[in-house]
Design a protein around this ligand. Structure first.
Ligand code: AMP
Length: 403
């Protein structure tokens, strides 16, 4: 029997990089405008730059691999060529693109790479071997390089060839972004400064039961907003009109509330709401107390009293985790609660960690991104990690230490 390794190696521990061929699994899963092919949000590419630049500066011969979207077969719309073009424009290093991973030319390209040059390969998911973690596909990727770096935290919960297959075959390291993600999340999981509050929103309780259960073991207080708050309010006996309520999750909500009470952990639920009679961007809205919701009302945002309460409870917080919007923030008129929370978090002198795609979008919309401690790049991966799951990609990095 051997002891499972509980630490991964960091890129800084790689030793001499100059001349090494380094295969870097990055997260280039960015949104492209379907009509024009333009990059709509470059934050994930930006997030991968520190690692790529560090390796290139040190004379690495760097090969970047990623997936984008969920293609079933090669197609133009999901190509990573626009990302290679972007990198060419933004980096002071030569950038090459190889559109066919299965061609003999790939091996040649990787051999031809000079120190300080970057080769971007086409979308890994153009090949079924990526998702099925085929040994052959992992071997092909591994054969291109001397060492492997995983910087794709957002994909660490997937058992894909480039995430778990390759690190079985090459010395493996965590990239700068991956290491930062894990350091920040470990900090709020293991050593949070207190009081520690979590703000959880989004559509459904059922998606976040495990997270809420785990948080009750960690935090000093919990704020619940967004669509999922409706189910908690209904469980408390309020009539929620036409609001999104999950009948199947009512018992779970009740149990979570009972647990929090038994543990003495305050749970803040909305006391007032912004309601409309239609789920639409232009629906006329009304502010109402929870007890006054009418049969035709649909709760689409938290109200000002609730925002005030959240502001008060957060004022003494030293650590805050936020996941999920407080309302249908995609519609401007129902985005006020979510934006108010984002702005409030920016004012705090607390460690604030934001995880999950929608809260990150809200933080960007509120323009407070730079004022928060950490914006996690993972959606599903961040949630799974916070829930206490051992992510396959991180497990693979740890296991690789023994090799
Ligand atoms: P999630 O992916 O679970 O974080 O949920 C995000 C989604 O929840 C967003 O698309 C929001 O529009 C939606 N949402 C938030 N509040 C409500 C609400 N009161 N009613 C319906 N959907 C909501």
């Amino acid at each position: 029997m051997y002891k499972m390794a509980d630490a991964f190696r960091r890129m800084e521990e790689m030793g001499e990089i100059s001349n090494k061929r380094v295969l870097v699994r990055v997260d280039f899963n960015i949104p492209l405008d379907p009509a024009t092919g333009q990059i709509m949000d470059d934050s994930r590419i930006q997030g991968s730059l520190p690692t790529l630049v560090r390796l290139l500066e040190q004379g690495g011969r760097v090969i970047a691999i990623s997936h984008r979207g969920r293609p079933k077969e090669p197609n133009r719309k999901d190509s990573l060529r626009p990302v290679a073009d972007y990198l060419q424009d933004h980096l002071a290093f030569p950038v090459y693109f190889q559109p066919d991973i299965l061609s003999d030319q790939v091996r040649q390209d990787s051999q031809d790479l000079k120190p300080g040059e970057l080769l971007v390969l086409e979308n890994l998911r153009f090949h079924p071997g990526e998702k099925t973690n085929s040994r052959e596909f992992a071997q092909l990727l591994a054969s291109l390089a001397d060492v492997y770096v995983n910087d794709a935290f957002g994909t660490a919960h997937r058992e894909d060839a480039s995430i778990v297959g390759v690190p079985e075959l090459l010395p493996a390291y965590a990239g700068l972004l991956m290491a930062r993600e894990l350091d920040q999340l470990n900090q709020i999981l293991n050593h949070p400064e207190r009081p520690y509050w979590a703000i959880i929103g989004g559509a459904k309780v059922s998606d976040k039961v495990k997270l809420l259960g785990r948080l009750l073991e960690l935090v000093n207080g919990l704020v619940i907003g967004g669509g999922m708050a409706n189910t908690f309010l209904k469980a408390q006996g309020y009539d929620m009109g036409q609001s999104l309520v999950e009948p199947d999750a009512l018992n779970t909500a009740k149990e979570l509330l009972e647990r929090s009470q038994a543990q003495g952990i305050p749970v803040i639920l909305p006391t007032d709401l912004i309601v409309a009679e239609r789920f639409a961007a232009d629906a006329p809205l009304r502010q109402t107390k929870v007890e006054d919701i009418q049969a035709q009302d649909m709760a689409l945002d938290i109200g000002p009293m609730t925002i005030q309460t959240i502001t008060e409870v957060l004022s003494s917080a030293k650590t805050v985790l936020w996941n999920g919007p407080m309302g249908v923030f995609e519609f401007d008129r129902f985005a006020q609660g979510t934006l108010a929370v984002a702005r409030e978090l920016a004012r705090l002198s607390a460690a604030v960690v934001v995880g999950g795609g929608d809260s990150v979008a809200a933080v960007n919309k509120a323009g407070v991104k730079d004022k928060l401690t950490h914006i996690s790049t993972g959606g599903g991966a961040t949630l799974r990690y916070l829930e206490g799951e051992d992510l396959p990609g991180i497990r693979a990095l740890k296991d690789a230490v023994r090799k």
